[in-house]
Design a protein around this ligand. Structure first.
Ligand code: SAT
Ligand code: MN
Length: 579
């Protein structure tokens, strides 16, 4: 197989000359191709089978030094450093290409070069965008087949349209010193070397669908966001759609496939996406969302019958597990699975209990979205779904209340720009440190945050019927470290209030930071939350917020003259309200 598109043919030839693979394989995305790749990986040990209770499930162990995204070696390579902004590491394009050329030279000797044509979004949607990833990792191919619309149909669209994002990936020598994830937004190009893990290697995901796409979206008038998309069907059968931005490992997947509590079982959730949303203004003045992905690359630890039944059920067949533990009878094991015991940890070493986690905290499942019991065919609808509410959030043990509503879009953009969250194992580095993560896009915005906020303001100003905006925090704790809110299925109670607010209902009180539910506004039927916990969850600590506003102001000012004036005005307004 090859292609009628000369740009693609020439690029593949050029990369092959440079990286010197033993052979080239054009991926068609077929079942036969997938089976052949899996058998080869079983033979060479890249994958391991699990027992017969886990049909077509496999375990992959990555190199122990290669288990998460690596933000310190992720670069945005724009002509001017200012365009990448203080939110990104920057490298001059010529220097980055030179460095990459050196590392890629001959790096595929003895390996197969795979050409993966893929489409982010339904192949027949005008909102979708295509890419081609070249990789020397068959594990990446099998993951990309689940996570994207990969193969012949994508290639046909590329040949019809002529444009595609070029992603060049090699696992290289897996030496962390030779690891770089580089983005060239103007050239629609990605170069990633030295890692075979997740967002570093599955280039359709964070590299294309967020970093490159956010840059493209700015010039084309849409938004590429780190958001789940869900449909919330109320007891009358009506469904509204919500998009929510939380940092990695803050429960996007759990919220997107939420199972309503017993007392609310006349509600239903439909999962449209769990990680990325592309948002487009529609002709009717509303914002429409598509999920560019077709699968879930979800965090395994904590996935249990009680916490996320849908995820728990869907990962019992046709799933790739990466870096989980193993039981003595060859079942995958992770913290929170709720049954059996691990025999081996994620490195394949005997698990003694005293040597840390059995599953790596950033261990992942890769599974098709169609295996989810809450799958909706709307995730394949080329028009996307109309968004009623946008929710921002983070992991904060203090300060941020359970939920509050922004006054309007402009205030909502400030709320999004001010998001802070404790760091997690999704990225290499220390965990539990509170850092600013505007719109949960700190690791993923392909250009200067100042320009990005201006773009957000602009999008809202042109919507006659914009979504309402909210902030949530499921992670409030008391002084002893106990969670104040049960989370998981009970988050439906907050979503129900949010939807009421979108339609002009829902009881709320005005506070300096926005509108909060009154103490009787949330439906807590069937749930016992002590009064003092509810009061704490819905309390606005004015002194704490004054300090927070100071910190937010300093952070925003670090964007200098790129910071939109509207956000200064909003910040001043909030500061005054807190006085
Ligand atoms: O490794 S990924 O970037 O794909 C997962 C995540 O951090 O959200
Ligand atoms: Mn993510």
């Amino acid at each position: 197989m090859t292609t009628s598109n000369p740009a693609l043919r020439n690029w593949v030839d050029e990369v092959a000359r440079h990286t010197q693979p033993e052979r080239i394989h054009w991926c068609d995305g077929s079942e036969a191709e997938n089976q052949a790749l899996i058998s080869a990986m079983l033979t060479d040990g890249t994958l391991k089978t699990l027992n017969e209770r886990w049909p077509d499930c496999y375990l992959h162990r990555s190199d122990p030094n290669d288990v998460a995204r690596v933000e310190h070696v992720t670069f945005i390579c724009t002509d001017s450093e200012q365009d990448a902004g203080p939110n990104n590491n920057w490298m001059a394009p010529a220097e980055a290409h030179r460095l990459a050329d050196g590392l890629f030279e001959g790096c595929m000797q003895g390996r197969t070069l795979y050409v993966i044509p893929y489409c982010m979004g339904p192949v027949d949607s005008s909102y979708s965008r295509c890419g081609v990833e070249i990789t020397d990792s068959p594990y990446v191919v099998t993951n990309m087949r689940i996570m994207t619309r990969m193969g012949a149909a994508a290639l046909q669209r590329i040949e019809r349209e002529g444009s595609f994002v070029k992603g060049l990936h090699s696992i290289g020598d897996l030496d962390p010193d030779n690891r770089y994830i580089m983005h060239f937004p103007k050239e629609l190009t990605i170069k990633s070397i030295g890692s075979g893990y997740g967002g570093n290697a599955l280039l359709g995901k964070k590299c294309h669908a967020l970093r490159i796409a956010s840059y493209q979206a700015r010039s084309e008038g849409w938004l590429a966001e780190h958001m789940l998309i869900l449909g919330l069907q109320d007891p009358t059968g009506r469904t509204r759609y919500i998009a929510a931005a939380f940092p990695s490992q803050c429960g996007k997947t759990n919220l997107a496939m939420l199972v309503p509590p017993e007392s609310q079982n006349d509600w239903r959730i439909w999962t449209v996406g769990d990680d990325i949303a592309w948002l487009h203004p529609g002709d009717d003045g509303r914002l429409y969302a598509i999920n560019p992905e077709s699968g879930f690359f979800g965090v395994v630890p904590g996935t249990g019958r009680e916490t996320n039944k849908n995820a728990f059920d869907m990962i019992h067949r046709d799933t790739i597990f990466t870096n989980v533990g193993l039981t003595a009878d060859n079942e995958p094991w992770w913290e929170g699975r709720g049954e059996s015991e691990p025999a081996l940890d994620w490195r394949g070493q005997p698990f003694t209990g005293g040597n840390g986690d059995a599953a790596h905290p950033n261990s992942r499942f890769t599974v098709s979205a169609r295996q989810n019991a809450d799958y909706t065919p709307l995730m394949d609808d080329p028009r996307g779904v109309p968004i009623s509410a946008i929710i921002f959030g983070g992991r904060r043990r203090g300060l941020a209340p359970l939920v509050y509503q922004a006054r309007d879009w402009q205030h909502g953009v400030l709320v999004g720009a001010s998001v802070a969250s404790e760091t997690t194992a999704a990225a290499a580095g220390e965990t539990g440190i509170v850092r600013r993560d505007p719109m949960a896009m700190k690791p993923f915005c392909g250009y200067n945050f100042g320009d990005y906020w201006a773009h957000w303001l602009n999008i809202g100003a042109n919507l006659s019927n914009p979504p309402s905006m909210f902030h949530v925090n499921w992670f409030r704790r008391d002084d002893q470290g106990r969670f104040l809110w049960p989370g998981f299925g009970d988050n439906l109670r907050v979503l129900a209030w949010i939807i009421e607010r979108c339609e002009g209902g829902g009881r709320a009180k005005q506070t300096p930071i926005g509108e909060l539910p009154t103490l009787d506004a949330l439906d807590l039927n069937g749930l016992h939350v002590p009064d003092e916990d509810l009061e704490a969850l819905l309390h606005v600590d004015v002194q704490g917020w004054r300090e927070e506003l100071d910190a937010i102001g300093k952070y925003l000012e670090s964007y200098g003259d790129r910071l939109p004036q509207e956000l200064r005005v909003e910040h001043a307004r909030l500061t005054a309200a807190l006085r």
